[in-house]
Write a protein of this length. Sequence first.
Lengths: 339, 152
Amino acid sequence: MIFEDEPEPGKPFPLLPGHSSPGRLERVLRAGVFTVTAELAPPDSAHGEDVYARARIFDGFVDAINATDGSGANCHMSSTAVCALLTRIGYSPVMQISCRDRNRIAIQGDILGASAMGVCNILCLTGDGVEAGDHPQAKPVFDLDCMSLLEIARMLRDESRFQSGRKLTSQPQIFLGAAENPFAPPFDWRPIRLAKKVAAGAQFIQTQYCFDVPRLRAFMTAVEELGLLGKVFILVGVGPLPSAKTAAWLRNHVPGVHIPDEIVKRLAGAAKPKEEGRRICVELIQQIRDIKGVSGVHVMAYRQEEAVADVIATSGVLQGRVPWYPNRDKHLNDQKAAS
Amino acid sequence: MYALRLWSTRHARGLESLYRVFERVLVALDPLWRGIGYERIERPVAAIEKAIKGLFFDCQMCGQCALSVTGMSCPMNCPKQLRNGPCGGVRGDGHCEVVPAMRCVWVDAWEGSRRMRAGKTAFCVVQTPVDRRLAGKSSWLRVARGITENRT
């Protein structure tokens, strides 16, 4: 997809009427095409090139890249810094903000700073408990929850003021997102919680891993009944499982991940489990694509990032579309000239 | 006490009615509170409130009670102190991600809220972030004072 007003890499798009951000993700979603986002695990390094290397893996297959904020309560390079590096060369990152490590003073400052660095998308999360990570002795902050974080971010953008009421001199132009887990109890409450997030300011949603399509369908039906379709873009979380062992580990150790027995059995019975895992992922994406109200998928392929291109290409969801990446147009022209 | 806390969410509707009456009494007694001085009465009332709500709800005295909109399950018992519903980490059996031995306070809250009248719809309203300055203060007096001052 090439926009007519495509900016020079690293510069913002012109802000269209009705849009909240000058960013690519909002543009693509509002254009109504099936959108793909992927998760980048920030490195345990102080080197910018490590971030670019991790982003390049997704070139040509994703519309935006999520930078996690201390995912699993483990220490890594900050999401703000990863996003600032990515925007420099034109990528459109989704900056994840967790309420676990910072209070409202720090978070509001980070939102302004990130926006100044060209970050257009923010995903508001509560965050995992510190007990889950590599620093269980740390103090959990949780000054805000994801819902109040959404409200505060929206207040910064729409009312141009801090939570204290103090005015900003210029507001952040940001597209606001939140997470949802349709696969965790209480199931009846999950669609209502989504409605609450939309009321608080969520414009897009990225869900937890989906391995249970019937459960997702039931969730989406309830979401439709609540009148939310058209008010929020829903990107469903997917990911390839490398083995039955990993699947079993994930569902037992990572709270909120629900993997049905059939999937674990299929992986256990496969001669090449890694390939079978990718095949399952492709099938899931194709089934998810056909569900009413789904705007795209969010691929989380932790330690299997190289699988993202393969899975997305095989699934055919991009329908020949090549999402932007640095030097995309030059590469495409070279390919055309060569053939 | 954990067992009583669970009992309270099971009896959310009765407690909701009881609180409605109690709130009226608190508001009606405003001249008395005002006579003694809200500041002077703060500590003893907070102590009584802590004892009663601590027993029935494991109240953490955040000073801005949300029980009427959280199905009579105190959200400050959530290890992440979420005020707007459960996180995505709730286990398949409805237990907490952080403290696996405890049922998710929001799973209880959801069930409690279904038993309530006003609390059923109020459950879906977005709650503002906690004002940490109010920790340890009496929520009862704050409500009584707020309602009377809004009337005038």
